[in-house]
Design a protein around this ligand. Structure first.
Ligand SMILES: [Zn+2]
Length: 256
C-alpha cells in the first residue's frame, strides 16, 4: 500500500515548543520505498508509538527540506535508528549544503553510518530506492530551503515546504497530490511562510486531485484547520483536507 503518515503537523516555534501539535515529520511509503521527510522534535517517538509501529530500520532514506529545528531536530537519532546504531551501513540522507557545512545539523559522526549523503540544490534530481524526486526551486525562507516533487511509478506528490509566497511558486509543484505547509491564517510581509490565502491561490491554480494542509502555526490552529480545509473544498470544488497528528492517507486512489 502506498501511504503518507503524518508524524506531526506542528509549524513554527510556539506550536512546536508547546507541542500543541507533534512535530515528527512525514513518513512516505511509495513503491516499496520508505522515506522520512523533515524529522522534527519527537520523530523517533512518533515512529515507535504509531499503530502499526513504524520501524526506522525500514527507512531507505531521510530528506531535510531545510535546517530549521522543527524540520531537523531528530535527524541524527533517526540516522542512528535507520542504521541500527551504525551496524547496518545503509540509507541516503539528503540535505541542503547549509545543513551540512558550517554549524552542521547532520553531525559528522553519523555520516559514516549511511550509504551516502546527497546535497540538495536548486533544480536537482535524485533517486531513492524505487522513487525519484526533484527540488525545482529555492524557497524564500532565510535558510537554504527546497520543496519536493516526488515521483512513483503511478503517483506524484508535491510537497511545498516553508516559504514566503513568490510569483510563479505554484508552477513548480504540479503533482496529483499537493502537501502545503501553511503556518499563517493571514500573511505578513515580514514572515516567510505561506498563508491560507496563498494556499488557496496555489490550489486554485493547480487543481490537484488531493490537497493536504499541514505545519500549522497558532493562527491556523485557532481557526480550526479542518474547517478552513472544508471551506476551501467548497469554494474551489477540489478536495482539500487538514492533516492531523498520526493521520495516514492511502494514496493509491490518486494514481494517474
Ligand atoms: Zn522553516
Amino acid at each position: 500500500m502506498n501511504k503518507i503518515k503524518f508524524l506531526g503537523t506542528a509549524g513554527a516555534r510556539f506550536v512546536v515548543m508547546k507541542q500543541l501539535r507533534t512535530s515528527g515529520g512525514i513518513w512516505l511509503t511509495l513503491d516499496d520505498t520508505n522515506v522520512l521527510i523533515d524529522p522534527g522534535p519527537g520523530s523517533l517517538t512518533k515512529c515507535l508509538s504509531s499503530r502499526p509501529k513504524l520501524n526506522p530500520r525500514d527507512l531507505d532514506g531521510i530528506i531535510l527540506t531545510h535546517r530549521h529545528l522543527d524540520h531537523s531536530n531528530d535527524i541524527n537519532i533517526m540516522i542512528e535508528a535507520m542504521t541500527n546504531g551504525g551496524f547496518d551501513k545503509k540509507g541516503i540522507v539528503f540535505a541542503p549544503s547549509d545543513a551540512l557545512d558550517e554549524d552542521p545539523i547532520v553531525l559528522k559522526y553519523f555520516r559514516n553510518h549511511v550509504e551516502k549523503i546527497e546535497v540538495l540544490k536548486e533544480r536537482g534530481k535524485y533517486n531513492l530506492g524505487n522513487i525519484s524526486f526533484s527540488t525545482p526551486v529555492r524557497h524564500i525562507h532565510g535558510v537554504e530551503t527546497y520543496g519536493l516533487n516526488i515521483y512513483g511509478k503511478d503517483i506524484s506528490l508535491s510537497m511545498v515546504t516553508d516559504t514566503k509566497y513568490f510569483k510563479g511558486l505554484e508552477t513548480h509543484y504540479p503533482s496529483d497530490i499537493l502537501i502545503l505547509n501553511v503556518v499563517r491564517l493571514e500573511g505578513k510581509p515580514e514572515i516567510q511562510h505561506l498563508s491560507i490565502k496563498d494556499a488557496e491561490h496555489i490550489i486554485a491554480a493547480n487543481k490537484p486531485k488531493l490537497s493536504i494542509l499541514t505545519h500549522f502555526g497558532m493562527t491556523v490552529l485557532t481557526a480550526k484547520p479542518w474547517e478552513v480545509a472544508e471551506n476551501l473544498t467548497k469554494k474551489l470544488g477540489v478536495k482539500v483536507i487538514a492533516a492531523r497528528d498520526g493521520m495516514e492517507v492511502d494514496i493509491d486512489q490518486y494514481k494517474k
